[in-house]
Design a protein around this ligand. Structure first.
Ligand code: BES
Ligand code: ZN
Length: 456
């Protein structure tokens, strides 16, 4: 049996150029004008998967299509369901990109493009590993099913019904997802939990139209001021969220888990420097990893209203609004948190304006057993691919479908990501280190072998 690196070596250039093709599709899922691009991405991916020896089809959903591919080798081998997403986040602010987001460019050993790390590059590592194994051995060490969706970045609204409708097709022994980051470049990691998300919009309506602030200012509520009052009332100066009942179901970490996380390398000062802030800001009594991974948050993602042009305009705006999200943790319930949020916003809103609270989407948190057998297979695979023992971490981001795999298909998920914290997911100049792409492919090939019992 060839060493995984030897399997991959002959195909390095080809894998890279295929990934660059995938990255050049502008598959922004939240942009209605990109619908055709999203569909073209799914078609390209599906025909590529057919080309490397899988059965593959583009399957319709109520939203963007899902690419489903499989190769069933033998009934006595375990079946691995690999999940990833081919959709990407919007690219704004566009003028901060050094190269166009959908014209991938390699600089300094890194591929720069929207989706490079989140998640096209990481999902494609699986495709490349399958390709390399098939070319060298003409078979795979496990049965493989690939589910690559186009709506992850908008909360995977179609995936729960898709899983329910295709339970038999998706039957497997384990889900594997590469859509997280490693702890640091010199510290490979495996992830055993994710935060969830509740995303809302708050709209405040004042007068029916913009007014002269001299003529009417002082007699009507300014909707931006009212919105600012609401937002200011959602957190206190100690960074605690003030919504009554918000923390009721938050799991306090068991001492052993807390100790393990506190022993991870890295310091708050390093994080502060990396992020370029004068000081980090988090709840008293917790460290920087707990702030990002195990504690819930409330953040304004965007805010609008009034005059934003150059110079000054004296105006009382008619309306204002904000997009506000909360990262939730075990054992908070997204529906309950959404309700508590709305009730509190209603309480905070002055009676002098009209208020609407909209729920955008939500995602449950995920917590996976640290002692699952797949974890030891993954540990070996990371050792082979990255030459180092991985540490165990949590992540603060969300992958909405992980909970659904458990609920609908009864499957545990292994989160094995190859990105880096400075990859700039959702930011300008998103990148993936080429070295991590190739090591990721090797790790995945080793993982399949381990899971199939062919590792030893
Ligand atoms: N790849 C991320 C999830 C992620 C982010 C994992 C950071 C670990 C660290 C994923 O593509 C993502 O961005 N998810 C969204 C989900 C949301 C839209 C429901 C997120 O977390 O904002
Ligand atoms: Zn993302």
């Amino acid at each position: 049996m060839k060493d995984v690196n030897a399997l991959i070596d002959p195909h390095r250039d080809r894998f890279l150029s295929e990934l660059l093709t995938l990255l050049s599709f502008p598959s922004v899922s939240n942009d209605a004008d990109r619908k055709d691009d999203v569909c073209r991405t799914a078609s390209w991916l599906s025909s590529h998967l057919r080309g490397i020896g899988l059965q593959s089809e583009v399957m319709a959903t109520a939203g963007h299509p899902v690419v489903f591919a499989q190769r069933l080798e033998r009934a006595d081998l375990p079946t691995v369901l690999v999940y990833g997403h081919y959709d990407v986040q919007p690219v704004d602010p566009l003028d901060e990109w050094l190269s166009p987001p959908f014209a991938p460019e390699i600089r300094d050993g890194k591929i720069f493009a929207r989706g490079a790390t989140d998640d096209k590059g990481q999902a494609f590592a699986h495709v490349a590993a399958i390709d390399a194994l098939l070319r060298s051995e003409e078979r795979l060490p496990v049965n493989i099913k690939l589910l690559i969706e186009g709506e992850e970045e908008i909360g995977s609204p179609s995936l729960h019904p898709f899983l329910t409708a295709h339970k038999d097709l998706l039957a497997a022994d384990l889900v594997v997802v590469s859509d997280t980051s490693m702890f640091a470049a010199d510290t490979p990691s495996l992830c055993y939990g994710l935060r969830g998300l509740v995303y809302c919009e708050v709209h405040v309506q004042g007068p029916t139209k913009d007014l002269h602030s001299g003529q009417f200012g002082g007699a009507v509520e300014n909707p931006i001021n009212a919105l600012a009052t609401i937002i200011a009332g959602l957190k206190d100066k100690d960074h605690r969220i003030t919504i009554p009942g918000f923390y009721d179901d938050v799991r306090e970490l068991p001492a052993d888990e807390r100790a393990a996380l506190s022993h991870l390398p890295g310091t708050a000062e390093e994080l502060r420097k990396q992020l370029g802030v004068p000081r980090l800001a988090g709840e008293a009594g917790y460290d920087e990893n707990e702030w990002r991974w195990t504690r819930p948050t409330l953040d304004v993602n965007g805010i609008w209203g009034g005059f934003m042009g150059a110079g000054a305009k004296t105006v009382i705006p008619a309306r204002a609004g904000a997009k506000i999200s909360m990262r939730i943790v075990p054992n908070q319930d997204p529906e309950k948190i959404a309700r508590l949020f709305e009730e509190h916003v209603v309480r905070l809103c002055p009676p002098t304006v009209r208020l609407t609270v909209l729920q955008a989407h939500s995602a449950p948190w995920a917590l996976l057993p640290r002692d699952h057998p797949a974890m030891s297979a993954a540990r070996t695979a990371v050792r082979i691919g990255f030459g180092k023992e991985p540490v165990l971490t949590l992540e603060g981001g969300s992958i909405p479908v992980v909970q659904a795999f458990e609920e609908v298909l009864g499957l545990r998920t292994l989160l094995i990501g190859f990105g880096l914290p400075d990859d700039g997911a959702h930011s300008p100049n998103e990148k993936l280190d080429l070295d991590h792409f190739y090591r990721g492919i090797a790790t995945v090939a080793a993982l399949y072998r381990e899971l199939g019992g062919a590792g030893r």
